[in-house]
Design a protein around this ligand. Structure first.
Ligand code: PSU
Ligand code: MN
Length: 328
């Protein structure tokens, strides 16, 4: 124990103060990211559970790289967040992305997992909640993902409610996602977000709240914004209020990719029934269902997933750029 502790302390001391960007205890911010933040240039945070648990290899790696390339094309700096040997990295190198995408032992790291993973020097992909914590520490206000966690179906009995929702209630970050998957109870998810004080806004010309694979869940957001500038003003307003709560910007999947929605819905129903009969619980539920839905749709859900992440990334990067202009 002492040996491990002193090794850990040595590592912290030797990397702080930083030569290569901001270092803050267990956090390590890539110099490109810390420099851009310091200069007020646009940065987009990205999660890594999607790499470690959300998609199979090699699609996870290619998607992670494509997403970073889209952020750059739009004029922003990507900051993929992940945990490597007990340090929370904000901004990963190509080798580090490669490691996480191949690793079979990486954990799914949400807020509650961080203390253990850090103390044991483990590695993992950060969920939306884990990523929000690190991005906020690094001073990044915009974070793009595919879909966030939510209240699971039957959540009123199991209390299986994603830590993403409480994180949105306590961390002032704008999360750009394609809404909430219909594997979840979308109505209760929106109710819970309201209770948490999270401003939920659809990005587009209507308030229709998207359901990841489809552009309309049957529920509406209380508000909508139509362009990056309007979204940036909303984020700036949230930050100026000093609220500790975040924002959820829900971007509908582009029409041309949502065509398989009906087929995916059937697969979701089957995967949910299987998860139930196999007694899959807790943090394993979401990865199990994502994998089964992909198998049952013969890869179509994965293709839709990748397309919507590309789209979210483009939109989120444009918002980050508009926010950076707004602040200048
Ligand atoms: N939804 C997806 N793909 C994902 C996730 C959710 O379509 O990869 C991941 C995200 O990292 C999210 C996490 O934060 O799952 C939520 O897990 P849980 O439901 O166990 O809180
Ligand atoms: Mn859960």
């Amino acid at each position: 124990m002492l040996g491990r502790l002193s090794k850990h302390l040595r590592r912290c001391i030797s990397t702080s103060p930083c030569k290569c960007g901001l270092q803050d205890g267990p956090f390590s911010v890539h110099p490109d990211v810390s420099q851009a933040v310091a200069e007020g240039r646009p940065v987009v945070a990205l999660e890594s559970t999607i790499i470690t648990h959300g998609m199979p290899y090699p699609h996870n790696l290619s998607t992670a790289k494509e997403v970073e390339a889209i952020v750059r094309e739009q004029g922003a700096i990507p900051a993929t967040v992940g945990v490597l040997e007990g340090r929370v990295h904000v901004g990963l190198s190509g080798d580090e992305l490669d490691f996480l995408s191949r690793s079979k032992t990486s954990l799914k790291v949400s807020r509650r997992d961080l203390p253990y993973v850090i103390s044991k020097g483990l590695s993992g992909g950060t969920t939306v909640s884990g990523t929000m914590i690190a991005a906020h520490k690094a001073g990044i206000p915009v974070f793009v993902t595919g879909g966030i966690g939510g209240v699971h179906r039957d959540g009123e009995n199991t209390l299986d409610i994603s830590a993403d929702l409480t994180e949105l209630g306590r961390t002032p970050i704008a999360v750009v996602s394609a809404g909430v998957k219909s594997i979840l109870d979308i109505g209760r998810t929106l109710e819970f977000l309201e209770t948490q004080g999270v401003c939920v806004v659809t990005y587009g010309h209507s308030k229709k709240f998207p359901a990841f694979f489809t552009s309309h869940s049957g529920y509406c957001s209380p508000y909508h914004v139509s362009n990056p500038e309007e979204a940036a003003e909303l984020i700036a307003g949230t930050l100026s209020l000093g609220l500790q709560s975040g924002l959820l910007l829900a971007v509908p999947i582009p029409q041309e990719h949502s065509a398989t929605g009906g087929e995916i819905e059937d697969a979701i129903q089957r995967a949910l029934a299987e998860a139930n009969s196999k007694d899959i619980k807790g943090r394993d539920v979401t990865p199990f269902i994502l994998q089964r839905v992909n198998e049952l749709t013969k890869g179509k859900s994965l293709q839709a997933n990748i397309a919507l992440i590309h789209n979210n990334t483009k939109v989120g990067s444009q918002i980050a750029c508009a926010l950076s202009e707004h602040k200048q």
